[in-house]
Write a protein that binds this ligand. Structure first.
Ligand SMILES: [Zn+2]
Length: 232
């Protein structure tokens, strides 16, 4: 094989290596993105639960305040009754009011107690949830740090391999390199072996003359169909 073709094949192999390294880097970046999205979604979920608990606390406080207000009201009525400065009719009306207020008080108190218990249950559950989240977060942070280290290493390797490619490219004759770069925009494999009279890029049969020229290896030969560069 002639020196020109040898240099070109070395460049071609380096390009394949670069493509595979770039693919690996892309996969690592996608993994990182997915992990970050999972973290964000878990954080949103936890924030929503915190908000729901806050709303429950607010309802519980409201109910307790209603109980207190009604209690104050009943005491006021009772005081008026005890003073006895009212007419008989007014006294009757007030007694009825006290009775209905007490009935309302009972159901309000029940609600307030139920809410308070719910708040306690939810607070305990939330504490567990927060602790589990912190454990998960620590593990995921480690995973993320590991991914970032792998990405940095991959980038470093790519940079080194890219500079190697520059060196290899300089060893290929200018016109041939241009031809190769042009083909590279179209094909992942612009340089292919000839097998049993067929170009292994497009899989078509090439002419006898082409086969002969490739075998002789004195010049750079291209497939007459797809224009890929051929070697024996
Ligand atoms: Zn071809």
């Amino acid at each position: 094989m002639n020196k020109e073709l040898e240099a070109l094949l070395a460049l071609h192999a380096q390009d394949a290596r670069l493509r595979s390294l770039e693919g690996k880097l892309d996969r690592l970046l996608a993994q990182k993105k997915q992990l970050e999205e999972t973290i964000a979604s878990e954080e949103r979920e936890l924030a929503a639960r915190r908000e729901a608990l806050e709303e429950l606390r607010r309802r519980s406080r409201e109910r307790a305040a209603e109980v207190d207000d009604l209690d104050t009201q009943i005491r006021k009525y009772q005081h008026q009754l005890d003073e006895g400065l009212l007419s008989f009719k007014e006294m009757e009306a007030l007694r009825e009011k006290v009775q209905s207020s007490r009935a309302r008080m009972e159901s309000l108190e029940e609600e307030a107690i139920a809410l308070l218990e719910e708040v306690e249950r939810e607070e305990a559950a939330m504490e567990e949830r927060e602790a589990a989240f912190r454990r998960w977060q620590a593990r995921v942070a480690e995973e993320l740090a590991e991914l970032e280290r792998a990405i940095a290493a991959q980038r470093q390797e790519l940079e080194a391999e890219r500079s190697k490619r520059e060196t290899l490219a300089l060893q290929v004759d200018g016109a041939l390199r241009e031809q190769y770069e042009r083909l590279l925009r179209e094909y992942e494999n612009p340089v292919v072996p000839l097998r049993e009279g067929r170009c292994t890029g497009c899989r078509l049969q090439v002419s006898e003359i082409t086969v002969e020229r490739v075998r002789e290896g004195r010049e750079v030969v291209t497939c007459e169909n797809c224009l890929r560069i051929l070697y024996a």
